[in-house]
Design a protein around this ligand. Structure first.
Ligand SMILES: NC(=O)c1ccc[n+]([C@@H]2O[C@H](COP(=O)([O-])OP(=O)(O)OC[C@H]3O[C@@H](n4cnc5c(N)ncnc54)[C@H](O)[C@@H]3O)[C@@H](O)[C@H]2O)c1
Length: 282
């Protein structure tokens, strides 16, 4: 089986590593922070052991899957023999470019270098390496242990072989991969989610229906588990607002202008579940 290295042990990296290990892969998980590594290993233990309690996994398999993730702060040790590296550090272009430059120096010549970034296409990062043909995006969804999808996105220089190996790795990890042949902001899922959510905000701002009724319509009529306003409260209205503002500013397209009512919520600090109130009260 392939050897995987995951860089960044935050909410995404920790679970990407564990998901791969649950499917039999040996994984090195690297973070600059010892404390964060310890936290992720503990959190993964909780998730895996809950599966044992629920009878979905046998105890010896759980123990093996946990042991297959080895944690380190040493980047050279993490990637020295990797077939594929997935970077999942902070969403900061300079940090990601610095990591890719290091990966270029430290990872084996044939290794595939993938970024889990939600917003940065690999063309912004790959030229920090001398092997842009081996670089691409592999975009996982939170929480990775539950969400089945990976969007694999090729950059202008990504080779067919790199794409094939990333798709195969997603399958080895027990995940379903879809391929985007060209980079585009938001990839597939977030574009469709943004389009639907923007329409919901337009209906609200135009006084066509209340946010409660729009949520009910989407939940009962489209069978979405959460309507757009409930989902916004769950993810954080500041996150939803900033994503729109980013799209609006980078494209100048009126379709992405954030809703006036959404902006008002963010300005008064009603950000959803995390602040006790957003569209709904918690
Ligand atoms: N959270 C989500 O829902 C989600 C979904 C899909 C993709 N993503 C993407 O995944 C990436 C990580 O997001 P997250 O939510 O896990 O972030 P996070 O803040 O939870 O974790 C980031 C981790 O990176 C580590 N880190 C930072 N700089 C580092 C360095 N130089 N070397 C090693 N480790 C370093 C930090 O210590 C931290 O543990 C981002 O690019 C984000 O866009 C996030």
């Amino acid at each position: 089986m392939s050897r995987l290295a995951v860089i960044g042990a935050g909410s995404m990296g920790a679970q990407i590593a564990q998901q791969a290990a649950l499917n039999g892969l040996s994984v090195r998980l690297q973070d600059q922070s010892e404390e964060q590594l310890a936290k992720s290993i503990e959190s993964n233990r909780g998730h895996v052991m809950r599966r044992v309690e629920k009878g979905r996994l046998l105890q010896p398999q759980a123990v093996e899957a946990l042991a297959r993730v080895s944690a380190t702060t040493d980047l050279a040790e993490a990637v020295g023999d990797a077939d594929l590296v997935i970077e999942a550090v902070f969403e900061d272009l300079d940090v990601k470019r610095a990591i890719f430059a290091e990966l270029d120096r430290l990872a084996p010549a044939g290794a595939v270098l993938a970024s889990n970034s939600s917003t940065m296409g690999i063309s912004k990062i790959a030229d920090a390496t001398k092997r842009p043909e081996s670089c691409l995006n592999m975009h996982f969804f939170y929480p990775v242990l539950v969400m089945d999808l990976v969007e694999v996105v090729r950059g202008p220089h990504t080779s067919d072989e790199t794409v094939g190996r990333a798709m195969a790795m997603a399958r080895e990890m027990g995940r379903t991969a879809v391929l985007l042949n060209k980079e585009i902001d938001g990839f597939i899922v977030n574009r469709i989610l943004h389009a639907a959510t923007q329409e919901a905000y337009r209906l609200l701002d135009a006084g066509i229906a209340t946010f409660e009724d729009i949520d009910t319509a989407v939940e009962k009529g489209l069978n979405w588990p959460l309507g757009p306003f409930r989902l916004g409260d769950f993810s954080g209205l500041d996150v939803t607002y900033n994503a729109r503002l980013h799209m609006y500013r980078s494209t100048g397209d009126e379709r992405y202008r954030p809703s006036a009512q959404l902006e008002a919520k963010v300005k008064v600090g009603k950000l959803g579940r995390k602040t006790g109130e957003g569209w709904y009260k918690y």
